[in-house]
Design a protein around this ligand. Structure first.
Ligand code: XBP
Ligand code: MG
Length: 254
């Protein structure tokens, strides 16, 4: 019988809905700080989110949304400076409690640990962002809940490439068939499934209409007792929120 032994969790959109009112706002603050007249409104940022990685997103924006000749000189240096400022701004937002953890996340992680499941993180975002989110959203010592936090530039190719999940599995010696992943986006799902890990999706602000055909289940969120999730795809066995028993069921059935 297959036995679920570990959860691998995405960060942005999964642990917290961070993009529209978090990363996007921090990018715009960085543009202003360097005197650029760039503005990423909610609609444009939704288009730019098809590219994972903030630095990669900046390059994509310059290549696809700036008129010829508008790309600033020494652009690589500018990208690095913009992303440094943006990360500082974003971490400040996290440290002042402006980004909240999504429903069910703290409860499920606590239950999973009590049930002996191992935890890891596989994210495209910058490591400082993860640390700040975990400390401010979960607990001061929440980093210790995870056997590994795999983040950002640690792998050559970001999501949807499977690299970040493969790196977690390899570094921890975990088998993909013993794990479940939790993701929020089509890019994230491609990455986790590409590494052979069964995946449940909790859609986030920008991803509700993306394609999740290869997910074991798609939910509005993880749910809480008294605050049931909505099942958008798959079978939750009549449950109202994700608990360890439901994770084990999906791991067996999916
Ligand atoms: C989401 C991303 C990240 C963030 C921005 O990561 O694609 O790039 O949008 O963070 P995930 P950075 O869903 O894998 O957690 O600017 O630090 O890249
Ligand atoms: Mg995500």
């Amino acid at each position: 019988m297959k036995k679920l032994t570990a959860l691998i969790l995405d960060v942005d959109g999964t642990l917290a809905d961070t993009e529209r009112d978090g990363h996007r706002v921090a990018f715009n603050a960085a543009f202003r700080e360097l005197g650029l007249d760039w503005v990423w409104d909610v609609g444009l940022y939704g288009e730019l989110l098809t590219v994972t990685g903030g630095k990669e997103r900046l390059r994509y924006y310059a290549d696809h949304f700036l008129a010829d000749g508008e790309k600033p000189a020494a652009f690589d240096a500018l990208v690095a400076e913009l992303h440094r400022i943006k990360t500082r701004r974003y971490v400040d937002m996290l440290n002042t409690g402006r980004i909240r953890i999504r429903p069910g996340v703290k409860r499920l992680l606590t239950e999973a640990r009590a049930a002996g499941l191992r935890l890891a993180i596989a994210t495209t975002t910058t490591p400082e962002n993860v640390t700040a989110l975990l400390r401010n959203g979960l607990a001061e010592d929440a980093e210790s809940w995870f056997d590994l936090i795999a983040a950002g530039d640690i792998v050559p190719a970001k999501k949807p490439a499977p690299d970040i999940y493969l790196w977690v599995l390899d570094r921890l010696g975990w088998r993909p068939q013993d794990c479940l992943a939790v993701e929020d986006s089509a890019n994230g799902l491609k990455s986790s499934v590409g590494a052979g890990v069964k995946t449940i999706v909790t859609v986030s602000g920008y991803t509700a209409r993306e394609n999740f055909d290869r997910a074991v289940a798609v939910l509005s969120d993880l749910g809480e007792p008294g605050q049931p999730f909505h099942v958008l795809q798959g079978d939750a066995g009549g449950g109202a929120y994700v608990d360890v028993a439901l994770l084990r069921r999906w791991h067996q059935d999916g």
